[in-house]
Write a protein that binds this ligand. Structure first.
Ligand SMILES: [Zn+2]
Length: 251
């Protein structure tokens, strides 16, 4: 089984005690690629550093909506040119916590979409309670390669994303009893989804309350496999192939 971890934050302090051992364990467990996601200047730099150290870790750079007020366009422009940076993200809108004013979130999201388009990089979207605005800004800027990370919309919104040719990414939240994601897991075409942990956050059932890690991708794979009625191996392979296509990495 080949596994692609498309969204993790291994640079976060939660991993300070065992980062290198954990990364080695991940690569031994069947994980072939991992993307470490930046959310601000510090974590973008740390993501690139990790990617420089490990051949099969790649980085994405972006300012999270929470950090939109600190946005530095020059920084993103410069870092996005690094050879191990393969996406812009996570960027988007978060109207649940609204840690930055909405108008700034929107402006910063749009500017980063334009950088991604200019450099022909895929876009990793963080969308919390902001489905229509996220969609509108992406569509308005003719964004092509887009994934909604940790998808949280309903079936109608999922269909809108699929109709655009964009991707849906599933985290461990799909394993929660009240997640109601089964219909979306069934609806997404087999070439339009992939998987992630968003570790150290969002530990899947039965690991809730503990630190999450890429090793827990097996629970995400199992849930999709049960719901779609195909083998875990097939789900891992589909997700792996789709992510390779999306991020432009060799299969
Ligand atoms: Zn994240």
């Amino acid at each position: 089984m080949r596994i692609f971890e498309t969204h993790t934050h291994l640079d976060f302090p939660h991993f300070d005690k065992d980062r290198e051992q954990l990364i080695k364990k991940c690569f031994k467990s069947g994980i072939e690629y991992m993307i470490n996601i930046g959310v601000d200047e510090k974590t973008c730099n740390a993501s690139i550093k990790l990617a420089e150290k490990f051949d099969n870790i790649f980085a994405s750079v972006g300012f999270h909506p929470h950090d939109a007020t600190d946005y530095n366009a020059e920084f993103i422009h410069e870092k996005a040119l690094h050879s191990k940076v393969i996406a812009i993200g996570e960027i988007g809108l978060d109207y649940y916590r609204n840690l930055s004013p909405k108008d700034i979130q929107k402006k910063v999201f749009e500017q980063q979409i334009q950088i991604a388009m200019e450099l022909d990089l895929p876009i990793i979207v963080h969308d919390r309670d902001a489905h229509e605005d996220c969609y509108g800004i992406l569509d308005g800027n003719n964004a092509v390669n887009v994934v909604f990370h940790c998808f949280s919309g309903d079936e109608i919104f999922a269909q809108k994303i699929i109709n655009k040719g964009w991707f849906i990414s599933f985290t461990g939240t799909i394993t929660y009893k009240n997640s109601n994601m089964e219909n979306i897991i069934r609806l997404v075409p087999e070439d339009k989804f992939f998987i992630e942990t968003d570790s150290p956050y969002l530990s899947p059932h039965p690991c809730r309350g503990k630190r999450n890690s890429p090793l827990n991708l097996q629970y995400v794979i199992e849930k999709i496999s049960e719901t779609r009625g195909v083998t875990p191996n097939k789900i891992a392979e589909l997700s792996y192939g789709n992510a390779c296509e999306f991020f432009g990495l060799p299969k």
